[in-house]
Structure formats: structure tokens, C-alpha cells
Design a protein around this ligand. Structure first.
Ligand code: EPU
Length: 427
């Protein structure tokens, strides 16, 4: 078992370079299947979710060549088996993008039901509805989703909820369907636009990504492409909030400031100094942050994936803030851990009341999911004393070199391995 040890209380200072976006990469990597050719993907984040996707592609018959730390060449011409087994998908929600990509290429797919972060019920009814509406038959049995179509035919799809995953999944299948598919009430996150741009670079015809209505005219053939993935909005936001929480001064580089507007606006409301450049943002948390309430919403609203990190900042603010989770049913599980560090937060369903305290104190805690883990790191960096974070595998699913990057900013954070023998003795 591994854990992070953090000696808190140091201001973060210096520069950090943001990696490619996880939630774009996890759709774009399966999307290479559609090309039946060779693709080169740049700005790939080095995170365990991405490694799992490469493993799945490799097992299916794709040839993957690592050109450098963040660039890979994927040859998907020889993929034959449109099957993704349980062993490879159990920890990963985004494995469901293989359904759309395989359906687009082979008109069939057999993919194990997804795992991933646990914050309440995570249905996929909208994905299924969308596949069915373009002519696929969907069967859920023995933990597998089997999808099959004689022919995919474009159609009008109205989503009942705004879903990132369902929007991306139907985009993947519909690029090869016959005729026009119109997706209404589509998600508008930056990674939706990035996927559309990648698909278009392979010869697809996708218009309107980034708005509520996406129109896709199916094409017969898609070719290879060279493509660079956008920077990670949430990784950038995490370092921005960490700078503010430690009252440091950090230049966050390789970002698209437009993608960060809701985070920037919230930080400014809390009294944090934020300065925008073309592809960088400087954040300085000179004084104690002020209270500010927020509600998470689909893009362009405040992102749910920044809710735990922001709650940590507000837990150190002057005054009481209300944080409402507007996307997931149960995304406050980490609050119990944060309370162990001295935070004063009470939760009732999807609403947290955060009474700011002057300081947090280091404690042993557990990462309950990816962003909760990032939030606990921020809490540990800002706290007095030592914080030990367990279950860091959640964090490594989505943050590229988080220890290296925080260390470069002056943090005292280490990853340590607890040998199994020591564990056994302790039990
Ligand atoms: N929903 C349905 N039916 C569906 C799909 C979704 O009711 O068929 C509901 C969900 O229960 C939820 C809401 O719609 O209440 C939004 O879910 P969405 O489908 O947008 O989420 P997702 O695609 O499963 C992605 C990110 C999450 C992020 C959400 C919201 C990936 C791999 N995951 O999940 O990211 O929280 O969008 O922005 O892209 C993370 O990175 O930490 C993370 C969890």
C-alpha cells in the first residue's frame, strides 16, 4: 500500500505546468478505433486511467508506440475483437467510451459495465437511449453491455439530463451512422469540443460542439490524424485553489483561461488575486479568503470536479459559505475526512454548510475518490502539522505527477510505500 505524507504550512510558490485533460483523453484514446489507420496523440497525461485504456487497446490488437513522455502513436488497423472484459474496466468509468467507438467501427460492442469513482448512483440510461435511437439493440447481461446494429442510422436525440458521458458516447457512434444525427440538450464541457475537434481531424463531420445542439453527419471512412489534447481544466483549477489555500503565489502554465472562467470568478469573489495571461494564470492568496457560496452545474457553471477542492478553501475562509452539489447525488463523502482535520462542515443531502475556521490541522485521512483526494492534499498543504493520505490510487487515476509538481512549488509531500509485511504485522 502507498500513501502520501504531507508536512503542511508552506506557501506554494513558483510555476507549474498543467498536463493534458484526463476527461478529454479518456474519450479521445478510444476514438482512435474509428480511424482504421494510425493516429498520433500529443499532450497525453501520465495517469493510471490512461494506462488502463492503452492496455485495453493493446489487448484488442492495436499497436501502441510511446514516442515521448506525452506522445503516443496508435495503429488501430488490426483491432479485431470488439470486446472489453471486466478485469480491465472495473476501476474505470470511462471504459464506456469503447461502446460508442466500437459500435461506430464494427456495428457491435461488448463492454463490461463501468466502475470508477463512487459518488452515488451513476446510471447510463441516456447512453443506452441514444444508441437505441440510432438503430442499435442493447442488452445488459452478466455485467456486460452488448450492443449490436445491422445499420446505424442518424436520428434526433433529446437528452433528459445533461450528460458528458452520454454526449461523447453517441458522438463516437454517430460519426459513422448513415445520415444526420442531432443531439439536443448536449453537454458543453471543453472536452466535448476537444473530442469533436479530434473526430473532425479524422474526417468526421461534427458541428455545434460546445453548444446545446450538436449535429453529426455520418461519414463512411475516417483517416488517421495527429492531435494534441487540451490542457486539463480541473488539474489547473486544483493548483489554483492550492495556491490560494496556502496563501502562496503560483503561475499555472499551459492552460486555456477561458475554460477556467467559473473557477477564476469564484476565487476572485473569495478575495484571491488572479491574473490572466494568454496561456497561463497567476494566483496569489495574499490574505485569508472570504466566504462565498457556490452551486456546481454543467459547463459553463462551476464544475462539480472542483467542488471538494473549493470546499477546502472555503473551510479556511472568513464566514460561512453554502456549497450545493448540483450534478452528483453523493459527492460529500470526503467531508468526514476533512472534519478530522478541524474543518467545520455539515452536510444535508446535496448541501454543505461550511463555517470557516482559522486553521486546519494535519491528520491521517483517506481519499474517498479522485477529486476528494486532491482536496485532502490541498487541506494537508495548508494545515499545521502532518497529514497522511491513504487510498491514493484514486488520486493517481487522474493527476499526472502530483507529488513532483507540488514539490516543485515548494510543498513538503512524499509518497511512501508501506511494505505488505509491515501491514500484516499491524493487522
Ligand atoms: N446521468 C444520468 N443518466 C445517464 C448519464 C448520467 O442520469 O445516462 C446523470 C448522472 O447520474 C449525473 C449527471 O447525469 O447526475 C451527470 O453525469 P455525466 O454523465 O455528465 O457524468 P460522467 O460522464 O459519468 C463525467 C466525468 C466526471 C464529471 C462528470 C460531470 C469523465 C470520465 N468523468 O462523468 O469526472 O464529474 O462528467 O462533469 O469524463 C472526475 O474527473 O473526477 C469525474 C468524476
Amino acid at each position: 500500500m502507498e500513501k502520501f505524507i504531507i508536512h503542511g504550512g508552506r506557501k506554494l510558490e513558483g510555476e507549474v505546468v498543467v498536463s493534458g485533460a484526463k476527461n478529454a483523453a479518456v474519450a479521445i484514446i478510444p476514438a482512435v478505433i474509428l480511424s482504421e489507420d494510425v493516429c498520433v496523440l500529443e499532450n497525453i497525461p501520465n495517469i493510471s486511467d490512461v494506462f488502463v485504456l492503452f492496455k485495453i487497446l493493446h489487448e484488442m490488437g492495436a499497436k501502441i508506440e510511446v514516442l515521448n513522455k506525452s506522445t503516443v502513436r496508435i495503429d488501430s488497423r488490426f483491432i479485431r475483437q470488439p470486446v472489453v472484459p471486466y478485469e480491465l474496466t472495473k476501476y474505470m468509468r470511462a471504459s464506456y467510451y469503447f461502446i460508442g467507438a466500437l459500435l461506430g467501427r464494427f456495428s457491435r460492442a461488448s463492454v463490461s459495465m463501468p466502475g470508477g469513482c463512487d459518488f452515488g448512483v451513476r446510471p447510463i440510461d441516456q447512453h443506452i437511449k441514444a444508441f437505441e435511437s440510432i438503430g442499435a439493440r442493447v442488452n445488459l447481461e452478466h455485467g456486460m453491455i452488448d450492443v449490436y446494429a445491422d445499420e446505424l442510422v442518424g436520428n434526433q436525440i433529446y437528452f433528459d439530463v445533461v450528460s458528458v458521458g452520454a454526449t461523447m458516447n453517441i458522438m463516437l457512434a454517430a460519426v459513422k451512422a448513415k445520415g444526420l444525427t442531432v443531439i439536443e440538450n448536449a453537454a458543453k464541457e471543453p472536452h466535448i469540443v476537444d473530442l469533436a475537434n479530434f473526430l473532425n481531424s479524422m474526417g468526421a463531420d461534427v458541428r455545434g460542439a460546445g453548444t446545446d445542439v450538436i449535429k453529426i453527419r455520418g461519414v463512411d471512412h475516417m483517416h488517421g490524424a495527429d492531435y494534441s489534447i487540451i490542457p486539463d481544466q480541473i488539474e489547473a483549477g486544483t493548483y489554483m485553489v492550492a495556491a490560494a489555500a496556502t496563501r502562496g503565489d503560483v503561475l499555472v502554465k499551459n492552460v486555456i483561461p477561458k475554460h477556467l472562467e467559473s473557477i477564476t470568478a469564484k476565487l476572485i469573489k473569495c478575495g484571491v488575486e488572479v491574473e490572466e495571461f494568454d496561456d497561463a494564470i497567476r494566483v496569489a492568496g495574499v490574505k485569508r479568503p472570504q466566504k462565498s457560496s457556490l452551486k456546481t452545474m454543467p459547463h459553463p457553471g462551476f464544475p462539480t470536479d472542483m467542488q471538494p477542492q473549493m470546499t477546502v478553501l472555503l473551510s479556511l475562509a472568513e464566514g460561512t459559505s453554502i456549497v450545493t452539489e448540483g450534478v452528483w447525488d453523493n459527492r460529500f463523502r470526503y467531508v468526514d475526512e476533512l472534519r478530522r482535520m478541524g474543518a467545520s462542515v455539515s452536510v444535508d443531502g446535496k448541501v454543505a454548510v461550511v463555517e470557516g475556521v482559522e486553521k486546519l490541522t494535519g491528520a491521517p485521512v483517506k481519499a474517498t475518490d479522485l477529486r476528494a483526494g486532491a482536496a485532502l492534499i490541498i487541506a494537508g498543504l495548508a494545515a499545521d502539522g502532518t497529514t497522511e493520505i491513504e487510498d491514493i490510487n484514486h488520486i493517481e487515476r487522474g493527476y499526472d505527477d502530483i507529488v513532483g509538481k507540488f514539490t516543485q512549488l515548494g510543498a513538503d509531500i512524499r509518497k511512501i510505500e508501506i511494505p505488505d509485511s509491515q501491514l500484516a504485522q499491524a493487522l
